[in-house]
Design a binder for this molecule. Structure first.
Ligand code: HEM
Length: 596
C-alpha cells in the first residue's frame, strides 16, 4: 500500500516537472527557483513516506544472532569483556566481525516500482552494504565504491554472474555476458580483437546512415505535425546498427516490421520479463509446455536461431572464397562485421557457441544504447539551456557534415551530455554477481554462494560522492578534463562496469551515441508532446519508460539544415589513434588484463 502511494508520488512529481518544464521555454529564469522548490518539497515528502515505511517494520533490521545476543546478556550479567572475547574467539565463527546490516522486505513492496528505487532509499538508511532478505532468500546490496571495486576489479575470480546466467541461459547460453570461468576467458580473448580500431572507425558510416534514416522519418513526422514515440524509434535505430555491425544483417526496422524484427523483440522482452520475475515461471513443469506466451517465445527463438545459422553459413562461404590474409586489424570492406572477423580468424568453436556469442552481442549492444538515447533526450527536453549549448557545439563542429572519427575529439560537450545521462540513468542499473568462495567485503565476511547486486544507480546518485546528485549537470565534467570512467572516478562512476568483465563495446557505443545525438539535435528541436503520458521509469535489464517518450519534433530553422548526402569514406589515418580519442576508458588495459 505504502509502495503504491510512493510510486504515485513519483508520478505526480514527474507530471509537475513536465508541466513546469514546458513553461520554462517561455520564461526560463523566473521559473527555475519555483521548479526547484516543488522538486525539493516532493523529494522531502518521498523521503518522509519511506521513513514511515521503515518505521512501520516493512523493512526491519534483523535482531542480532544467537551468539551476539548471548554475549550482550552475559555482559549485562557482569562477565568482563576480555573473558567474553576469549571464549567467543575459541568457539570460532564470523562473530569476530561485525554483521552486515540487514533489511527485511516484502517482495510486493519491491515489485510495485522499479526495484532500484527502494534499494536507493534503503541504501540511505543502511549504508554501502546491506543484506536484503525476502523470506528464505537474501541478497547483498552493494553501493560502496571500494567494495564494488573489490568485487569487479581486485578479486573478480571469486565472483560469477550467478542468477543472471541462469535467467539468460535460454537466449544467450554460454555467450560472453553470462559465461564464467574458462569459457568466458577463451571467448573474451577471441571476441575482443574483433572490435579493433579500424572496425570501430568503419562503423561511422553505418552510424551516420542509420541515424539519417531516422532523421528522414522525423522529417516526415515534423512536416505532418505528428508527435513521435522516440523510445521505440531509438530501439529500432540501435537494432539496425547492431545487426549490421555484428553479423552484417540489415533488420531495416526503422522502415519495415518483418517477422524477424518481431521475433527479436519477443525474445528480448522475455529476457527482460525473466530478469524481474519473482519466481522462474518458465521452469514450472506443465505450465512451461502449455503457456501460450512461452510457446510464442520458443517459436520466435527458433526463427532467430535459424536466421543466425543462415547468416553464419553465408559468411562462411564469403570467407572461404576471399583471398584476404587474416591479420590483427583484418576487415572485409564489404562485410566489416564481427562475425566475419571471427570466422576469418579461424575461430575454432561450435556453431552453438558462436550463435550464443552473436546473440549476446546483439542484445548487449541494442537495448543499452537505445536506453541511453531515450534518457538523454528526456533529460534534454527538461533542460533547454543544455540543449542550446549542445546545439551550438554541434553546429560549429559539424556544419552540414556527417560526423567522423576526427569529430569525436571536438564534440566534447556532446560527450559530457552522454556521460551525465549515463550517470543519472545507468544501463543496466545494477550489476549481478554470486560469490564463489568466502571473502571479505569492507569489514564484513561473506560466504560463498551469496547473490550480490552492485547498485550502479546508488553509486551514481550517492550524495556522498556527488554534489546535487540528482541534477542533470553536464558541466560537472570539465571539458578539458579526462573522459570520466571507473578508474579516474574511483569506482563511483561505472557506466561500462569495470575490471576484466568491463563492457567490450564501450568505444563502439560511445561513438554510436555521439553520432546519433549530434545528428539529431543538429536537425531538430525536441519537446515532450503536449498531453503525453508522464515519463516514468520501469525496468528490465535496462531502464525503460512505462509509456514511451512521446515528443514533438520540429525542424530547426536556423542555421539551415541540409545534411550532405555524401558520406565521407572512412580513411583510417594512423595518426588518429581511437584509443587516444578521449571518449572511452582504458579498454586496451582491460583487454590485456583480461587475457593475461
Ligand atoms: C551505451 C551502451 C552500453 C552500455 C551502457 C553498456 C554497459 C555494459 C556494462 C555495465 C557491462 C558490464 C556488465 C557486468 O559487469 O555485469 C557490459 C558488459 C558487456 N557489454 Fe556492454 N554496454 C553498452 C554497449 C555495448 C555494445 C555496443 C556491445 C557490443 C558491441 C556490448 C557488449 C558487451 C559485452 C559482450 C559485455 C560482457 C563482457 C564480459 O563479461 O566479458 N555492450 N556492458
Amino acid at each position: 500500500m505504502a509502495a503504491v502511494s510512493l510510486s504515485s508520488l513519483q508520478f505526480s512529481s514527474q507530471t509537475v516537472q513536465t508541466r513546469v518544464n514546458r513553461k520554462k521555454y517561455n520564461n526560463v529564469k523566473s521559473n527555475d527557483d519555483a521548479v526547484k522548490d516543488v522538486e525539493r518539497l516532493l523529494e522531502q515528502k518521498r523521503r518522509e513516506e519511506l521513513s514511515a515505511r521503515i518505521a512501520s517494520g516493512e523493512f526491519t533490521v534483523e535482531k542480532s544472532s544467537f551468539q551476539s545476543q548471548l554475549k550482550s546478556n552475559l555482559l549485562k550479567l557482569g562477565v568482563s569483556k576480555e573473558i567474553l572475547e576469549f571464549i567467543f574467539n575459541l568457539t570460532g565463527g564470523p562473530e569476530y566481525y561485525p554483521r552486515i546490516p540487514e533489511a527485511k522486505g516484502s517482495i510486493k513492496a519491491i515489485r510495485s516500482e522499479p526495484f532500484f528505487i527502494p534499494l536507493y532509499e534503503l541504501y540511505l538508511t543502511y549504508g554501502g552494504i546491506f543484506r536484503l532478505t525476502f523470506g528464505p532468500k537474501s541478497f547483498l546490496i552493494v553501493s560502496d565504491p571500494s567494495i564494488a571495486k573489490h568485487i569487479l576489479k581486485d578479486n573478480p575470480k571469486s565472483y560469477s554472474k550467478g542468477i543472471l546466467a541462469e535467467i539468460l541461459d535460454f537466449v544467450m547460453g554460454k555467450g560472453l555476458i553470462p559465461a564464467d570461468g574458462e569459457i568466458w576467458r577463451v571467448r573474451r580473448r577471441v571476441i575482443v580483437p574483433a572490435l579493433h580500431q579500424k572496425f570501430v572507425a568503419a562503423m561511422f558510416s553505418l552510424f551516420g546512415q542509420a541515424t539519417d534514416r531516422l532523421c528522414q522519418k522525423l522529417d516526415a513526422a515534423a512536416a505532418d505535425g505528428e508527435d513521435v514515440e522516440m523510445e521505440s524509434l531509438f530501439s529500432r535505430l540501435t537494432l539496425d546498427i547492431i545487426g549490421k555491425a555484428v553479423f552484417n544483417y540489415d533488420f531495416d526496422s526503422l522502415k519495415v516490421d518483418t517477422g524477424i524484427v518481431e521475433a527479436v523483440y519477443t525474445v528480448l522482452r522475455e529476457a527482460e520479463d525473466r530478469s524481474t520475475a519473482p519466481i522462474p515461471f518458465w521452469e514450472i513443469p506443465i505450465w512451461k509446455d502449455i503457456s501460450p506466451k512461452l510457446k510464442k517465445v520458443n517459436t520466435a527463438l527458433k526463427l532467430v536461431n535459424e536466421t543466425l545459422d543462415n547468416l553464419i553459413a553465408i559468411c562462411k562461404k564469403m570467407v572461404d572464397e576471399e583471398e584476404l590474409q587474416f591479420h590483427e586489424e583484418y576487415m572485409n570492406e564489404q562485410d566489416p562485421s564481427i562475425l566475419h572477423f571471427l570466422l576469418a580468424s579461424g575461430d575454432d568453436v561450435t556453431s552453438k557457441q558462436l550463435r550464443d556469442d552473436l546473440m549476446t552481442l546483439l542484445i548487449a549492444g541494442h537495448e543499452t544504447s537505445a536506453a541511453v538515447l531515450t534518457w538523454t533526450f528526456y533529460l534534454l527536453s527538461q533542460d533547454p539551456r543544455v540543449m542550446a549549448k549542445l546545439q551550438n557545439e554541434v553546429d560549429s563542429v559539424l556544419g552540414d557534415r556527417f560526423p567522423t572519427v576526427e569529430d569525436m575529439k571536438k564534440l566534447r560537450y556532446t560527450t559530457r551530455v552522454i556521460n551525465e545521462s549515463l550517470r543519472l540513468y545507468p544501463q543496466p542499473p545494477v550489476l549481478i554477481r554470486r560469490s564463489l568462495e568466502n571473502d571479505i567485503l569492507g569489514k564484513y565476511p561473506i560466504k560463498s554462494g551469496e547473490d550480490i547486486f552492485i547498485s550502479v544507480w546508488n553509486l551514481h546518485r550517492s550524495p556522498n560522492h556527488w554534489e546535487d546528485a540528482d541534477k542533470f549537470n553536464p558541466e560537472r565534467w570539465p571539458l578539458d578534463g579526462p573522459n570520466p570512467n571507473e578508474t579516474n572516478q574511483n569506482f563511483s562512476y561505472l557506466p561500462f562496469g569495470g575490471g576484466p568483465r568491463k563492457c567490450i563495446g564501450d568505444m563502439f557505443a560511445t561513438f554510436e551515441n555521439i553520432v546519433a545525438v549530434s545528428m539529431l539535435v543538429r536537425r531538430f528541436d525536441f519537446q515532450l508532446a503536449l498531453g503525453a503520458p508522464p515519463v516514468k521509469m520501469t525496468t528490465g535489464a535496462t531502464i525503460h519508460t512505462t509509456e514511451g517518450l512521446k515528443m514533438t519534433v520540429t525542424r530547426r530553422r536556423r542555421p539551415p539544415i541540409i545534411p550532405t548526402l555524401e558520406i565521407p569514406t572512412v580513411k583510417v589515418d594512423s595518426s588518429v589513434n581511437i584509443a587516444q580519442v578521449e571518449t572511452v576508458s582504458g579498454q586496451k588495459d582491460e583487454v590485456s588484463s583480461a587475457i593475461s
